[in-house]
Design a protein around this ligand. Structure first.
Ligand SMILES: [Cu+2]
Length: 287
Protein backbone atom coordinates (compact mmCIF):
# COMPACT_ATOMS: atom_id res chain seq x y z
CA UNK A 1 0.00 0.00 0.00
CA UNK A 2 2.61 2.47 1.03
CA UNK A 3 4.81 1.41 -1.92
CA UNK A 4 1.90 2.04 -4.35
CA UNK A 5 1.27 5.52 -3.00
CA UNK A 6 4.94 6.32 -3.31
CA UNK A 7 4.92 5.37 -7.03
CA UNK A 8 1.58 7.01 -7.94
CA UNK A 9 1.95 10.39 -6.31
CA UNK A 10 4.81 11.81 -8.38
CA UNK A 11 2.93 10.82 -11.59
CA UNK A 12 -0.29 12.57 -10.65
CA UNK A 13 1.69 15.61 -9.51
CA UNK A 14 3.31 15.92 -12.95
CA UNK A 15 -0.09 15.73 -14.69
CA UNK A 16 -1.43 18.61 -12.63
CA UNK A 17 1.67 20.67 -13.39
CA UNK A 18 1.36 20.52 -17.19
CA UNK A 19 -1.40 23.10 -17.88
CA UNK A 20 0.27 25.59 -15.56
CA UNK A 21 3.64 25.03 -17.25
CA UNK A 22 1.99 25.47 -20.67
CA UNK A 23 0.39 28.76 -19.67
CA UNK A 24 3.67 30.05 -18.26
CA UNK A 25 5.48 29.10 -21.49
CA UNK A 26 2.81 30.86 -23.59
CA UNK A 27 3.06 34.00 -21.45
CA UNK A 28 6.86 33.98 -21.71
CA UNK A 29 6.66 33.55 -25.51
CA UNK A 30 4.24 36.46 -25.76
CA UNK A 31 6.43 38.71 -23.61
CA UNK A 32 9.55 37.55 -25.45
CA UNK A 33 7.91 38.33 -28.80
CA UNK A 34 7.07 41.84 -27.65
CA UNK A 35 10.40 42.73 -26.10
CA UNK A 36 12.40 40.96 -28.86
CA UNK A 37 11.17 43.53 -31.38
CA UNK A 38 11.80 46.58 -29.25
CA UNK A 39 8.21 46.77 -27.97
CA UNK A 40 6.76 47.05 -31.49
CA UNK A 41 4.21 44.27 -30.89
CA UNK A 42 5.19 42.37 -34.04
CA UNK A 43 5.68 45.34 -36.38
CA UNK A 44 8.75 45.59 -38.60
CA UNK A 45 11.30 48.30 -37.98
CA UNK A 46 9.75 51.49 -39.37
CA UNK A 47 11.10 52.83 -42.68
CA UNK A 48 8.81 55.76 -43.56
CA UNK A 49 7.81 59.10 -42.08
CA UNK A 50 4.19 57.89 -41.78
CA UNK A 51 5.11 54.86 -39.71
CA UNK A 52 5.11 56.49 -36.24
CA UNK A 53 1.41 57.44 -36.46
CA UNK A 54 0.37 53.94 -37.46
CA UNK A 55 2.88 52.36 -35.05
CA UNK A 56 1.57 54.38 -32.09
CA UNK A 57 -2.01 53.44 -32.92
CA UNK A 58 -1.02 49.77 -33.14
CA UNK A 59 0.84 49.85 -29.84
CA UNK A 60 -1.89 51.87 -28.13
CA UNK A 61 -4.55 49.42 -29.30
CA UNK A 62 -2.50 46.49 -27.97
CA UNK A 63 -1.92 48.13 -24.59
CA UNK A 64 -5.63 49.02 -24.30
CA UNK A 65 -6.66 45.47 -25.30
CA UNK A 66 -4.25 43.80 -22.90
CA UNK A 67 -5.30 46.07 -20.00
CA UNK A 68 -9.01 45.42 -20.63
CA UNK A 69 -8.30 41.72 -21.11
CA UNK A 70 -6.43 41.46 -17.81
CA UNK A 71 -9.22 43.33 -15.98
CA UNK A 72 -11.95 41.11 -17.51
CA UNK A 73 -10.05 37.87 -16.93
CA UNK A 74 -9.24 39.02 -13.41
CA UNK A 75 -12.91 39.63 -12.64
CA UNK A 76 -13.92 36.30 -14.21
CA UNK A 77 -11.36 34.35 -12.16
CA UNK A 78 -12.28 36.30 -9.02
CA UNK A 79 -15.96 35.42 -9.53
CA UNK A 80 -15.09 31.76 -10.18
CA UNK A 81 -13.02 31.61 -7.00
CA UNK A 82 -15.22 33.76 -4.77
CA UNK A 83 -18.50 32.00 -5.65
CA UNK A 84 -17.13 28.49 -6.13
CA UNK A 85 -19.31 25.64 -4.98
CA UNK A 86 -18.65 24.66 -1.40
CA UNK A 87 -20.28 21.98 0.71
CA UNK A 88 -23.49 23.26 2.24
CA UNK A 89 -23.51 26.35 0.01
CA UNK A 90 -26.70 27.82 -1.29
CA UNK A 91 -26.79 29.78 -4.58
CA UNK A 92 -25.79 33.45 -4.18
CA UNK A 93 -28.41 36.16 -4.43
CA UNK A 94 -29.58 36.51 -8.07
CA UNK A 95 -29.86 40.05 -9.46
CA UNK A 96 -32.24 41.10 -12.26
CA UNK A 97 -32.88 44.43 -14.01
CA UNK A 98 -30.00 46.11 -12.20
CA UNK A 99 -30.09 49.45 -14.02
CA UNK A 100 -26.69 50.86 -12.92
CA UNK A 101 -25.01 47.57 -13.92
CA UNK A 102 -26.75 47.54 -17.32
CA UNK A 103 -25.78 51.16 -17.93
CA UNK A 104 -22.20 50.32 -16.98
CA UNK A 105 -21.83 47.46 -19.44
CA UNK A 106 -23.47 49.51 -22.22
CA UNK A 107 -21.54 52.71 -21.66
CA UNK A 108 -18.07 51.25 -20.99
CA UNK A 109 -17.85 49.42 -24.39
CA UNK A 110 -19.19 52.56 -26.11
CA UNK A 111 -16.49 54.59 -24.40
CA UNK A 112 -13.80 52.09 -25.44
CA UNK A 113 -14.98 52.20 -29.07
CA UNK A 114 -15.17 56.01 -29.02
CA UNK A 115 -11.57 56.27 -27.77
CA UNK A 116 -10.30 53.78 -30.38
CA UNK A 117 -12.29 55.60 -33.10
CA UNK A 118 -10.83 58.97 -32.07
CA UNK A 119 -7.23 57.73 -32.21
CA UNK A 120 -7.86 55.81 -35.47
CA UNK A 121 -9.20 58.90 -37.25
CA UNK A 122 -6.35 60.99 -35.85
CA UNK A 123 -3.70 58.51 -37.11
CA UNK A 124 -5.47 58.10 -40.46
CA UNK A 125 -5.52 61.86 -41.06
CA UNK A 126 -1.80 62.14 -40.33
CA UNK A 127 -0.95 59.14 -42.52
CA UNK A 128 -2.98 60.45 -45.48
CA UNK A 129 -1.73 64.05 -45.24
CA UNK A 130 -0.50 65.27 -48.63
CA UNK A 131 2.56 67.35 -49.38
CA UNK A 132 2.00 70.69 -51.17
CA UNK A 133 4.65 69.76 -53.67
CA UNK A 134 6.13 66.26 -53.38
CA UNK A 135 9.76 65.85 -54.49
CA UNK A 136 8.92 62.88 -56.72
CA UNK A 137 5.80 61.38 -58.30
CA UNK A 138 5.43 57.69 -59.15
CA UNK A 139 2.41 56.34 -61.01
CA UNK A 140 1.85 52.74 -60.03
CA UNK A 141 -0.26 50.33 -62.07
CA UNK A 142 -1.46 47.12 -60.47
CA UNK A 143 -2.33 44.42 -62.99
CA UNK A 144 -2.97 40.68 -62.99
CA UNK A 145 -0.33 39.68 -61.79
CA UNK A 146 2.44 42.22 -61.65
CA UNK A 147 3.26 45.87 -61.04
CA UNK A 148 4.24 48.66 -63.45
CA UNK A 149 6.08 51.71 -62.11
CA UNK A 150 6.16 55.07 -63.94
CA UNK A 151 8.64 57.58 -62.55
CA UNK A 152 7.31 61.06 -63.47
CA UNK A 153 10.71 62.77 -63.60
CA UNK A 154 10.12 65.16 -66.52
CA UNK A 155 10.98 68.15 -64.27
CA UNK A 156 13.99 66.49 -62.69
CA UNK A 157 17.02 68.16 -64.38
CA UNK A 158 19.01 64.92 -63.90
CA UNK A 159 16.52 62.62 -65.63
CA UNK A 160 14.31 64.99 -67.73
CA UNK A 161 11.98 62.13 -68.66
CA UNK A 162 9.05 60.04 -67.60
CA UNK A 163 10.60 56.62 -67.15
CA UNK A 164 8.77 53.34 -66.81
CA UNK A 165 9.32 49.73 -65.97
CA UNK A 166 6.52 47.44 -67.02
CA UNK A 167 5.89 44.30 -65.04
CA UNK A 168 4.94 41.00 -66.62
CA UNK A 169 4.07 37.59 -65.26
CA UNK A 170 7.74 36.58 -65.39
CA UNK A 171 9.28 39.94 -64.40
CA UNK A 172 8.25 42.17 -61.54
CA UNK A 173 10.34 45.35 -61.46
CA UNK A 174 11.89 46.65 -58.25
CA UNK A 175 10.46 49.89 -56.93
CA UNK A 176 13.40 52.25 -56.45
CA UNK A 177 12.90 55.20 -54.10
CA UNK A 178 15.12 58.07 -52.94
CA UNK A 179 15.74 58.27 -49.18
CA UNK A 180 14.42 61.27 -47.22
CA UNK A 181 12.55 62.68 -50.23
CA UNK A 182 8.77 62.93 -50.32
CA UNK A 183 7.16 60.72 -52.93
CA UNK A 184 3.59 60.84 -54.22
CA UNK A 185 2.18 57.49 -55.31
CA UNK A 186 -0.74 57.53 -57.74
CA UNK A 187 -2.33 54.10 -57.80
CA UNK A 188 -4.30 52.77 -60.76
CA UNK A 189 -5.51 49.29 -61.65
CA UNK A 190 -5.57 47.71 -65.09
CA UNK A 191 -8.18 45.12 -64.15
CA UNK A 192 -9.37 44.14 -60.67
CA UNK A 193 -8.82 45.48 -57.15
CA UNK A 194 -5.25 45.09 -55.92
CA UNK A 195 -3.67 46.58 -52.82
CA UNK A 196 -0.28 48.25 -52.64
CA UNK A 197 1.44 47.30 -49.40
CA UNK A 198 4.94 47.90 -48.09
CA UNK A 199 4.88 46.49 -44.54
CA UNK A 200 8.03 48.37 -43.42
CA UNK A 201 6.36 51.68 -44.40
CA UNK A 202 3.32 50.70 -42.27
CA UNK A 203 1.29 51.65 -45.30
CA UNK A 204 -1.24 49.94 -47.51
CA UNK A 205 -3.76 51.38 -49.97
CA UNK A 206 -6.18 49.70 -52.36
CA UNK A 207 -5.59 49.91 -56.11
CA UNK A 208 -9.08 50.16 -57.60
CA UNK A 209 -10.02 50.14 -61.31
CA UNK A 210 -11.60 53.45 -62.35
CA UNK A 211 -10.87 55.05 -58.97
CA UNK A 212 -7.39 56.55 -58.70
CA UNK A 213 -6.01 56.49 -55.16
CA UNK A 214 -3.11 58.58 -54.02
CA UNK A 215 -0.84 58.92 -51.01
CA UNK A 216 2.43 60.61 -50.06
CA UNK A 217 5.25 59.34 -47.92
CA UNK A 218 8.95 59.79 -47.35
CA UNK A 219 11.15 56.69 -47.08
CA UNK A 220 13.47 57.25 -44.12
CA UNK A 221 15.81 54.26 -44.26
CA UNK A 222 18.18 53.07 -46.96
CA UNK A 223 17.72 49.36 -47.63
CA UNK A 224 15.65 46.65 -49.27
CA UNK A 225 12.09 46.06 -48.22
CA UNK A 226 9.29 43.76 -49.30
CA UNK A 227 6.24 44.98 -51.17
CA UNK A 228 3.11 42.93 -51.73
CA UNK A 229 -0.37 42.89 -53.14
CA UNK A 230 -2.65 42.70 -50.12
CA UNK A 231 -5.92 42.06 -51.93
CA UNK A 232 -6.74 38.59 -53.21
CA UNK A 233 -6.86 39.37 -56.95
CA UNK A 234 -6.97 36.00 -58.68
CA UNK A 235 -4.98 32.86 -59.40
CA UNK A 236 -1.48 34.33 -59.17
CA UNK A 237 -2.15 36.95 -56.50
CA UNK A 238 0.67 35.43 -54.47
CA UNK A 239 3.15 36.26 -57.28
CA UNK A 240 2.65 40.02 -56.86
CA UNK A 241 5.63 40.41 -54.55
CA UNK A 242 8.10 43.16 -55.36
CA UNK A 243 11.26 44.60 -53.85
CA UNK A 244 11.44 48.18 -52.66
CA UNK A 245 14.96 49.57 -52.82
CA UNK A 246 15.49 52.80 -50.94
CA UNK A 247 18.70 54.45 -52.16
CA UNK A 248 20.43 57.85 -52.12
CA UNK A 249 19.04 60.48 -54.47
CA UNK A 250 22.20 60.20 -56.65
CA UNK A 251 21.67 56.43 -57.04
CA UNK A 252 17.97 57.02 -57.72
CA UNK A 253 18.75 59.46 -60.53
CA UNK A 254 21.44 57.16 -61.94
CA UNK A 255 19.01 54.23 -61.97
CA UNK A 256 16.35 56.23 -63.82
CA UNK A 257 18.88 57.61 -66.30
CA UNK A 258 19.84 54.00 -67.03
CA UNK A 259 16.20 53.11 -67.75
CA UNK A 260 15.83 56.20 -69.98
CA UNK A 261 19.01 55.27 -71.86
CA UNK A 262 17.56 51.83 -72.60
CA UNK A 263 14.50 53.49 -74.15
CA UNK A 264 12.00 52.99 -71.32
CA UNK A 265 10.59 56.52 -71.55
CA UNK A 266 6.98 57.66 -71.54
CA UNK A 267 4.18 56.56 -69.26
CA UNK A 268 2.57 53.12 -69.41
CA UNK A 269 -0.92 53.72 -68.14
CA UNK A 270 -3.63 51.34 -67.06
CA UNK A 271 -4.67 49.19 -68.77
CA UNK A 272 -1.25 47.90 -69.67
CA UNK A 273 -1.94 45.97 -72.86
CA UNK A 274 -0.52 42.54 -73.60
CA UNK A 275 1.62 44.05 -76.41
CA UNK A 276 3.16 46.63 -74.07
CA UNK A 277 3.95 43.87 -71.61
CA UNK A 278 5.48 41.70 -74.34
CA UNK A 279 7.81 44.47 -75.66
CA UNK A 280 9.51 44.90 -72.29
CA UNK A 281 12.88 43.21 -72.03
CA UNK A 282 12.95 40.89 -69.04
CA UNK A 283 16.31 42.02 -67.70
CA UNK A 284 16.51 40.67 -64.21
CA UNK A 285 14.06 37.88 -63.48
CA UNK A 286 12.27 38.38 -60.20
CA UNK A 287 13.61 36.18 -57.44
CU1 LIG B 1 -3.06 41.88 -56.83
Amino acid sequence: MSFKRHVNNPGSGRKLGRPAAGMTAAALLLLGGCSGQGGRFGLLEAASDRAPFMGDLWKGAWIASISIGVLVWGLIFYAIWRYRRRPGNIAPRQTKYHLPMELLYTLVPLLIIAVLFFYTVKAQNRVLEQEDKPDHVINVVGQKWSWTFNYMEQDNPEVKNVVHQVGTMSFIPDLVLPVNKSVRFNLASADVIHSFWVPAFYFKLDVIPGHPNTFDLTPTKVGEFDGKCAELCGTYHAHMIFKVKVVSEADYNAYLKGLAASGQTGEKKAPVSATQMATQPAKEPHK
